[in-house]
Design a protein around this ligand. Structure first.
Ligand code: DLZ
Length: 160
């Protein structure tokens, strides 16, 4: 098992985010998991200086809809980066594989447009227990995704 800790390695050089604007698209599927990540992501963005009115939140039904949601937000929102929050839990059918492949491919395509960064905040796990571990029990993925988003906006702004 990987012992790498994102937060131990990436928390000391987070740029000031007070001028940054973010969009968050979050799923209703596995809401108890995605809401926990949303809460932590919001707290983290604000901790690093983001104004609450500079964060646009939109909800979509499932992870598959995140791509359309992020695409719309990228086109119509006045924002610097998007965090896509979802949680896909493996079931008894191949649906899990299709959703994971579809969302990954979709997020790759969105990022490849080079318009704004879209952070992959979709947990793809075998069990609900694994999702809980990642969302709040042993990890804090919402915080990780927020810090990643801030760093990517800083990266984007380095070309302006
Ligand atoms: C259908 C489905 C299933 C089985 N599992 C999940 C899941 O674990 N996590 C998730 O975010 N969404 C799931 N969905 C819904 C799909 O993402 C999507 O909403 C539907 O296929 C309709 O496009």
């Amino acid at each position: 098992m990987s012992t790498f800790s994102f937060l131990e390695n990436n928390s000391d050089n987070v740029p000031d985010a007070s001028s940054m604007r973010f969009g968050i698209v979050v799923t209703e599927w596995n809401k108890h998991i995605t809401d926990a990540m949303l809460k932590s992501a919001l707290e983290t963005l604000v901790e690093y200086g983001v104004q609450e009115n500079s964060i646009t939140i939109r909800r979509v039904p499932g992870s598959f809809e995140l791509i359309y949601g992020c695409s719309q937000l990228a086109q119509h929102g006045y924002i610097d980066a998007i965090i896509a929050l979802g949680c896909v839990i493996k079931g008894d059918t191949p649906h899990f594989d299709y959703i994971c492949e579809g969302t990954t491919e979709g997020l790759v395509r969105l990022n490849a447009t080079g318009k704004i960064p879209v952070i992959n905040g979709i947990l793809t796990v075998n069990t609900e227990e694994q999702a809980i571990d990642r969302a709040w029990r042993t990890m804090d993925k919402g915080r990780e995704f927020a810090i990643t988003a801030i760093k990517m906006v800083d990266f984007m702004k380095s070309f302006e």
